[in-house]
Design a protein around this ligand. Structure first.
Ligand SMILES: Cc1cc2nc3c(=O)[nH]c(=O)nc-3n(C[C@H](O)[C@H](O)[C@H](O)COP(=O)(O)OP(=O)(O)OC[C@H]3O[C@@H](n4cnc5c(N)ncnc54)[C@H](O)[C@@H]3O)c2cc1C
Ligand code: SF4
Length: 423
């Protein structure tokens, strides 16, 4: 693979030991309060200090089903690293890189403790579905996964670019699950009525179908050729690079990316790596951008330009995109999200461009042909990850909204526990 699409290397043994030795092994480890799965960070770092990688690996795997993935893609600056006490005065411990170091250097077979013989159907093979499957298989349950696509991983495969997450780590998960006896039905996109049919054959069903549609911009001319939605664009790029399948659009000239979340950063960096001049247009300021500081820094280092406080109002062009009209914004009082509200100034300008990628958020797909599952704007409404129908559970983005890999994984683990406890 071309170097620009490859992931950076992890830590060497020396680098890991030096970093681990900086850790204070705090009595009340703040790093762990920042982790949605309460990973026992202090304890695994203690083991690295004395080179007991096997013990560190056991600790990590007792808290996480996708440790390699999370060690790389978690927004650490907001989670463990952002909470590390050392960060108050100097450099926090790089917990994610230390976790990656351990899981890259150890690999042990998964222990099975047979205590259940339930049959469980999992709909969707993203992080939530995969972690639920793994937890259940470890206890002897039989698991069948129904996945709309011809590959597993969900966003991990089609959304996150290869320079951030290598596909081989995802195929390793598929092999691991199949070794444990999982049956994976690919190319199987289910509707609500088909999920209810499955309920008759399985003891429990877990719906983890994520958010697979990009939000619409809602401005004139957004269907002109040359306007891409970020998920479609990233899917084409990633399946081409990771699986050699497909023909990604080779964007050239000037590309405007609308939005400043992690999806926008991925789309912007991919277009930039393909040689385009890329401008990210965002209606609030840098401070309110949902992407992590690191993602923005990485994009800027690669030459992506940011134009803050600009709100797109119209796509310009006759037969294809020729530009975008934007309104200059200022910031008002905080809105419901707690961020300062963008307020129009009435001043407009035009940005000439050849393509536009819209990355302003994701929505759920409409699978509801029976209208029995309780929903709110197509999100599943749950009471502690249980839907309104007994034996049907749900979790990950389809319940939480657009969140993170680790939160989706945590839902999968929690649902497995509910199923095993017959709750
Ligand atoms: C481009 C992008 C980059 C991101 N980067 C990060 C990051 O760096 N770090 C981070 O923590 N989070 C990141 N996120 C968010 C994170 O990926 C999601 O929160 C997480 O993947 C949600 O997991 P999930 O299992 O709920 O759903 P998904 O990952 O969306 O998986 C859902 C699966 O269900 C399948 N499916 C959908 N409908 C059906 C159906 N009807 N029948 C059968 N199968 C179906 C889909 O094909 C998919 O495989 C990113 C999101 C995007 C879009
Ligand atoms: S807060 Fe920082 S220093 Fe303290 S245990 Fe966690 S990683 Fe180590």
């Amino acid at each position: 693979m071309n170097e620009k699409w490859s992931m950076p290397e992890g830590m060497t043994e020396d680098e890991a030991r030096i970093e681990a030795l900086r850790c204070l092994s705090c009595k009340n480890p703040r790093c762990e309060t920042g982790c949605p799965t309460r990973m026992r960070i202090r304890d695994f770092i203690k083991e690295i200090k004395v080179n007991r990688l096997e013990e560190a690996y056991e600790i990590i795997n007792s808290c996480s089903d996708l440790p390699y993935i999370c060690s790389i893609v978690c927004p650490h600056e907001r989670q463990c690293v952002g909470h590390c006490v050392l960060g108050i005065q100097s450099k926090p411990i790089d917990c994610g890189k230390l976790e990656r170091y351990v899981v890259e250097h150890m690999n042990k077979p998964i222990k099975i403790e047979k205590r259940s013989s339930q049959k469980v159907a999992i709909i969707g093979a993203g992080p939530a579905g995969l972690s639920c499957a793994k937890e259940l298989l470890k206890t002897g349950c039989s698991v069948e996964i129904f996945e709309a696509e011809y590959y597993i991983g969900g966003v991990l495969t089609y959304g996150i670019p290869s320079y951030r997450l290598d596909y081989t780590k995802i195929t390793r998960i598929a092999a691991e699950l199949e070794d444990l006896g999982a049956v994976i039905h690919f190319n199987t996109k289910l509707k609500e009525s088909e999920i209810f049919d499955l309920k008759k054959q399985f003891d429990a069903v877990f719906i983890s179908i994520g958010l697979t549609k990009s939000k619409q911009l809602g401005i004139p001319n957004e269907s002109l050729p040359g306007v891409y939605d970020a998920l479609d664009y990233l899917k084409a790029v990633n399946l081409d690079i990771k699986l050699g399948q497909g023909n990604r659009p080779q964007l050239s000239g000037t590309v405007v990316v609308i939005g400043a979340g992690n999806v926008a950063m991925d789309a912007a960096r991919c277009a930039r790596k393909d040689g385009a001049k890329v401008l990210v247009v965002y209606r609030r300021s840098r401070l309110e951008a949902p992407a992590t500081k690191q993602e923005i820094k990485d994009a800027e280092a690669e030459g992506v330009i940011f134009q803050f406080l600009n709100n797109p109002v119209e796509v310009l062009g006759e037969e294809k995109v020729e530009g975008i009209k934007v309104e200059e914004m200022t910031l008002g009082a905080p809105d419901a999200s707690g961020r300062k509200r963008p307020v129009g100034t009435g001043k407009y300008c035009t940005i000439l461009c050849d393509s536009i990628i819209s990355a302003i958020g994701q929505d759920p797909e409409d699978i509801y042909d029976k209208h029995v599952l309780a929903t709110d704007h197509k999100y599943l409404v749950c009471d502690g990850l249980k839907t309104n129908i007994e034996g049907i559970y749900a979790g990950g983005d389809i319940v939480l909204g657009a969140k993170t890999v680790v939160e989706a994984m945590d839902c999968g683990r929690q649902v497995a526990k509910l199923i095993l406890d017959n709750k």
